[in-house]
Design a protein around this ligand. Structure first.
Ligand code: PLP
Length: 386
């Protein structure tokens, strides 16, 4: 089905931050398949783990023990400080699981219509519940009736949440991205997550972080919440978790960790040995190469580069970033820049019509980072002059 406006290119091979198309032309990838291939393309550690696992065992189902799944759950809870995990196959499924935990939590407290606070400008997926949670009319239009049990507030605004707390006694959870990705690389005030944590504690709400885009080292820590001294009750992870092999994980802690019991939730493919082997190899490589720390310094280098190169550009409204999540907001629609960049052998993304979004692999060299900064800056200045 024609669900994507595809660019006129097909890739056949990749290595590190580089991709080759059917004609042999090479491209520098500053998008990583939407923040998925943090280790770059065709990483040998992931390829080897997949080959070995495929020769041993690919799938048995969750009706039996799965050693690789247990190993991955141990690793994920160790690096996040969470208690347990449910495995699915995508980001949307991870958020669906979080929503189900929140509803069960509400019903246990005798709240008949458990309500989740969600944000303007958010993105949580394309299933019916997650598109309802998403703060974009474009994503929702045509799919009404939407799912009940959500209220929306502006992103980054703690006072707006206090007002909901006062007026709505059915709230059971807050669902929020630590940095909004699809919404345009929106970075909330420093005190936002700590403020949310304390509001949730005060009202016994679950703090549910969608770390699908921010997780796996991209912002400079394993997970973006680790920039602060706090933990969520529920967290969704996917995208970069297995460097391109489909997987999603919903992690929970404390009371939230025991909400789903036998019969409450499931997945045929979720947490199968193949996907878990890829995730284990990804985590091991991210750890060994200290790539979260590297993402922080590369991100700072690129932000600095952009602010120098784009200083005084009248068409640039704001440059923002956290680690290797970078956004350059222009004053007008710049969607055509993705095709112009493609012609020059550079893969970028434009989100929210006006924001150039860069999500390069965490393994890029300084020279590759500089090449992205130079290429994008040139495009922006030429675009401005046009
Ligand atoms: C991509 C994304 C999702 C959806 O993930 P899918 O794997 O496409 O279902 C959900 N939340 C956030 C924050 C995302 O970036």
């Amino acid at each position: 089905m024609s669900t994507y406006p595809r660019l006129p290119v097909t890739f056949v091979r990749g290595e590190g931050a580089w991709l080759w198309d059917t004609a042999g032309k090479k491209y520098l990838d500053a998008f990583s398949g939407v923040a998925v291939c943090g280790l770059g393309h065709a990483h040998p550690a992931v390829a080897e783990a997949l080959c070995n696992q495929a020769q041993q065992l690919i799938h048995t189902s969750n009706w039996y023990g799965i050693a690789r799944q247990q190993e991955l759950a141990d690793k994920l809870t160790e690096i996040s400080g969470m208690d347990n995990v449910f495995f699915g196959n995508s980001g949307a499924e991870a958020v669906e699981c979080a929503i189900k935990i929140a509803r069960m939590y509400g019903h246990k407290k005798d709240i008949a219509v458990p309500t989740i606070i969600v944000m303007e400008g958010s993105f949580h997926g394309r299933t019916l519940a997650t598109l309802t949670a998403t703060g974009s009319r474009k994503v929702q239009a045509g799919f009404e009736p939407l799912v009940a049990g959500f209220v929306r507030v502006p992103y980054g605004d703690l006072a707006a949440i206090e007002i909901v707390a006062k007026n709505n006694h059915d709230v059971v959870a807050v669902l929020v991205e630590p940095v909004q990705g699809e919404g345009g690389i929106n970075i909330p005030p420093e005190d936002y997550l700590p403020g949310l944590r304390s509001i949730c504690d005060r009202h016994q709400w679950l703090l549910m972080l969608d770390e699908i885009q921010t997780g796996m080292g991209r912002t400079g820590r394993w997970f973006a919440f680790q920039h602060h001294d706090l933990k969520p009750d529920v967290m969704s992870v996917a995208k970069g978790l297995a460097n391109g092999v489909p997987i999603g994980a919903c992690l929970a802690r404390g009371a939230a960790a025991s909400m789903l019991q036998v019969g409450n939730h499931g997945s045929t493919f979720g947490g199968n040995p193949l996907a878990c082997a890829a995730a284990l190899a990804t985590i091991k490589t991210l750890h060994e190469q200290k790539l979260a720390t590297r993402a922080a310094s590369l991100g700072a280098r690129m932000l600095h580069g952009f602010s120098k190169k784009l200083a005084g550009q009248p068409n640039v409204k704001e440059i923002r970033g956290k680690g290797l999540m970078l956004g350059i907001e222009l004053t007008h629609d710049c969607r055509k820049l993705t095709a112009l960049a493609l012609e020059r052998g550079l893969l970028i993304n434009v989100t929210h019509e006006k924001v150039i979004r860069l999500l390069p692999p965490l393994v890029i060299s300084d020279a590759e980072a500089d090449q992205i900064v130079d290429g994008v800056s040139l495009l922006v200045s030429e675009f401005g002059a046009a």
